[in-house]
Design a protein. Structure first.
Length: 297
């Protein structure tokens, strides 16, 4: 029998021992119900760890979940939260829905305990899991909650990381105004921070891409006004490559010239590679220009 198989076999024995301990009769005045649940919880945790070693993550998650249930029976809330978190981490490998459920139980307990930094982290973890599954609605919800909790704990940098994800996802969902508002807020805050100033040009450019993605003359006019606003907020933005691209795009958009837009993007990308999000937004702009150009002919 391989080492992994022996470890898994031992894990099942521990689960069986935990179940027997829970069924054991406790003599009044002699035994303690709390001790029964404490012992079972310890056995379930050991089983969970053994299942993890043998890479049986479904059983590992089940064992940690059972441990959490035992801790809740004796009102050991901190230990229950830790066990639910372990269950969630194990389920991540095999069943994201169960993982989210376990992390939500963790969040509920930690909220009652006032552990808001940890609450924020778990909301962020759930958001990123849902994002990976392209559940952008759910991802936005949890990442926004993470940002709110981080802000409440004065963890501005962590809050902004979550907000930027919300902005990117909102744009992909077509909620362009929401995305622009977030990029504006994060950029404005970054201008007052010497360590974050270098990111402002990127946030401005993202906001302007969202504005252009509106795809009509009103959106282009707003983009031009936004560009002037940003140049006033940060004079160095005006001569940046990020701003130059936006200016070239504006000329193409106002002429409904998709080929001119493509050329501007190509020239920029030769030096500064566009990430997948920016590329997707520019494709939306290009499609809008083609449709708008067709309607003019």
């Amino acid at each position: 029998m391989s080492t992994s198989a022996r470890t898994e076999s031992k894990a099942y024995e521990l689960v069986e021992a935990a179940e027997k301990r829970l069924k054991a009769f406790v003599m009044p005045l002699i035994g303690s119900k709390d001790a029964k649940y404490e012992d079972a919880a310890e056995l379930y945790q050991k089983a969970g760890n053994a299942f993890k070693v043998s890479k049986n993550f479904q059983e590992a998650g089940d064992a940690f979940k059972n441990a959490a249930g035992c801790f809740q029976k004796i009102s050991s809330q901190h230990e229950a939260a830790t066990a639910f978190q372990e269950a969630g981490n194990a389920y991540k490998k095999v069943d994201s829905a169960q993982a989210v459920a376990m992390l939500q139980l963790t969040i509920d307990i930690l909220s009652d305990l006032g552990r808001f930094s940890q609450v924020a982290k778990h909301h962020k973890d759930i958001g990123e899991m849902l994002e990976a599954e392209e559940n952008f609605e759910g991802a936005c919800e949890h990442l926004q909650l993470a940002a709110d909790f981080y802000q409440g704990e004065d963890s501005t940098s962590s809050a902004n990381q979550c907000l930027l994800k919300v902005a990117n996802l909102s744009a992909q969902l077509g909620r362009l105004e929401r995305a622009i508002t977030i990029f504006d807020e994060v950029a404005t805050a970054a201008l007052d921070n010497n360590l974050l100033k270098w990111s402002v040009k990127d946030y401005f450019q993202r906001a302007l891409f969202c504005q252009l993605a509106g795809g009509d003359e009103a959106s282009f006019a707003k983009a031009r006004a936004k560009l002037e606003q940003y140049e006033g907020m940060d004079p160095s933005f005006s001569d940046s490559r990020e701003a130059k691209l936006v200016k070239d795009l504006l000329v193409a958009c106002e002429a409904f010239d998709a080929e001119q837009l493509t050329q501007a993007v190509f020239e920029y990308d030769q030096i500064s590679k566009l990430d997948s999000w920016k590329t997707s937004m520019l494709l939306k702009v290009k499609q809008a220009l083609k449709e708008g150009g067709d309607s003019l002919t």
